[in-house]
Design a protein around this ligand. Structure first.
Ligand SMILES: O=C1O[C@H](COP(=O)(O)O)[C@@H](O)[C@H](O)[C@H]1O
Length: 232
């Protein structure tokens, strides 16, 4: 419903300021409820932010970290979002956090989604923090244009949890939290970098179908304000 733009001079500045804001929100969650949760994205954008966040002094033992979405690949695959988080976030002070992976070594991606839904069902009602990314095709999480489960993923009446997604632009089959799981995070961030992504955002903010650019569902219908963090 509401989007607030936070623009920074460069990626390093953004990473530090976003880490400060996320650490503050997680600490407030711990103070209010005794624990806190965060769902993060993969891709090429969040590495510097993860590294900055890992050094923040909060009570990481009370924090659960999970992923917004994941490829149906094991954690040693270079395309795994789990691997990205393992190498860049679950270290330094943040090594004390609990991590809940979405990938499960199941016979099918559908079975993996059911197991991951069960294993994550105690967190995220709502998440304290959800960090979304956005692809050049307007996807966010694994809500891909033309995705096999896109309508279900974006339906506000779909229960919280993880569903599967296959799409031409997605590579491997995917596991993704649904829109209903992410849209009410206490701090809902869209983290994008580069002039190209700014242009994609402008296109998404214009009129058009959500199914063409699924990030529109978040920009238009999220219950929480969308805090857009951008750097050139
Ligand atoms: O496929 C994915 O891509 C998006 C965006 O990635 P980027 O490389 O353009 O930053 C990401 O948000 C999502 O988690 C990931 O699975």
């Amino acid at each position: 419903m509401t989007a607030n733009m936070h623009a920074f001079a460069n990626g390093a500045d953004l990473a530090g300021k976003l880490a400060d804001k996320v650490a503050e929100t997680l600490s407030a969650g711990i103070a209010a409820r005794g624990s806190a949760s965060i769902a993060v994205s993969g891709g090429s954008t969040p590495k510097a932010f993860f590294q900055a966040l890992s050094s923040r002094s909060i009570d990481w033992g009370k924090v659960t970290i999970t992923l917004v979405d994941e490829r149906f690949v094991p954690a040693d695959n270079p395309r795994s979002n789990h691997l990205l988080v393992q190498e860049n976030l679950l270290k330094d002070k943040a090594a004390a956090a609990r991590f809940l992976p979405l990938y499960q070594a199941a016979a099918s991606v559908e079975e993996a989604a059911a197991i991951a839904t069960e294993k994550t069902k105690a967190v995220g009602h709502p998440f304290d923090v959800a960090i979304l990314g956005m692809g050049n095709d307007g996807h966010t999480a694994s809500f891909f244009p033309g995705g096999s489960n896109l309508q279900t993923a974006l339906d506000p009446n779909t229960p919280r949890g993880i569903i599967t997604m296959e799409a031409e632009g997605a590579g491997e089959p995917r596991l993704t939290f649904t829109f209903s799981s992410l849209q009410d995070a206490r701090l809902l961030v869209l983290h994008i970098e580069g002039e190209g992504k700014k242009d994609v955002l402008a296109k998404a903010e214009a009129a058009g179908e959500e199914t063409e650019m699924p990030i529109r569902a978040v920009l238009r219908r999220a219950a929480s304000p969308v805090e857009i963090y951008w750097a050139p």
